[in-house]
Design a protein around this ligand. Structure first.
Ligand code: PEP
Ligand code: MN
Length: 261
């Protein structure tokens, strides 16, 4: 990063610090689907010890006929659920036009993999003074990912979190290929916090726990995980959603790994 500084960037989100000594877990459904679904998910992740609640209200779907997210009413549900459970919220912004609404209500603005090089959106985010989580693009090199982050930093917004969510390779057994070496690399050579999303990286619920523990072991600053109260009924990414029970077990196992590194 151009603005090299010896100490790492620490980003404050509500009462949570990302990039400091603590390990931050953001969890919740891929998409906000309704009040009851979100409340069950929020209650489960809060009880298990998550630090932030995730939930998409604008969804970047491959097909235009797939569920596109609840939009503004979904955002209101997310804000209310976050408040009820004392969790700051993270949600994806897909278009510059959505920024005023999202920036007013979300604590972290997520830029999805498909928008990593949407330079107009990145420039607009650079003009804000709000935390942004920038996902690595579907086929982006580490340098392209960092250059995309630089667009936000260059505008004066220093609250940038990198997120490794797997990249597309020749391997098809998993949804993507989780590049944990890139996480260690980015931790070594940039000052930005790095978050790992094992849900989109693998697409397979049983792999989320081992990859989360590995992410903690290799120096990541936190995780972004999809949890759904009833994965089989999810309107989006249900096949990769973790059950609340498995998420709680993962949360119990993380401290052991973090203490060992
Ligand atoms: C998501 O977080 O639900 C999402 C769409 O992720 P990605 O941009 O990494 O595919
Ligand atoms: Mn998803």
């Amino acid at each position: 990063m151009r603005a090299v500084r010896p100490e790492g960037t620490r980003v404050q989100v509500g009462g949570v610090e990302v990039g400091g000594p603590g390990f931050v877990v953001m969890a919740g459904p891929c998409a906000v689907e309704g009040a009851e679904q979100l409340e069950s998910a929020a209650r489960a992740v809060a009880q298990a010890g998550a630090h932030l609640l995730r939930g998409g209200v604008f969804k970047p779907r491959t097909s235009p006929y797939a569920f596109q997210g609840m939009g503004e009413p979904g955002l209101k549900l997310l804000v209310d659920a976050g408040r009820r459970h004392g969790l700051p919220i993270i949600s994806e912004v897909m278009e510059t036009e959505q920024l005023p609404l999202m920036a007013e209500h979300a604590d972290i603005l997520q830029v999805g993999a498909r928008n990593m090089q949407n330079f107009g959106l990145l420039r607009a985010l650079g003009r804000l003074r709000k935390p942004v989580l920038l996902k690595r693009g579907l086929s982006a090199t580490v340098q392209e990912w960092l250059s995309a982050a630089e667009y936000i930093l260059a505008g004066g917004n220093e609250q940038v979190l990198l997120c490794e969510r797997g990249i597309r390779t020749f391997e098809t057994s998993m949804r993507n290929t989780l590049d944990l070496a890139a996480v260690a690399w980015a931790k070594e050579r940039t000052h930005l916090p790095v978050i790992v999303d094992p849900s989109h990286a693998t697409g397979i619920p049983s792999l989320i726990t081992p990859m989360s523990l590995a992410a903690a072991a290799c120096g990541a600053d936190g995780l972004l995980i999809e949890v759904h109260p009833r994965p089989e009924q999810a309107l989006c990414d249900g096949q990769q959603a973790m059950s609340p029970g498995d998420f709680a077990t993962l949360m119990q196992r993380l401290p052991g790994v973090l203490a060992a590194v």
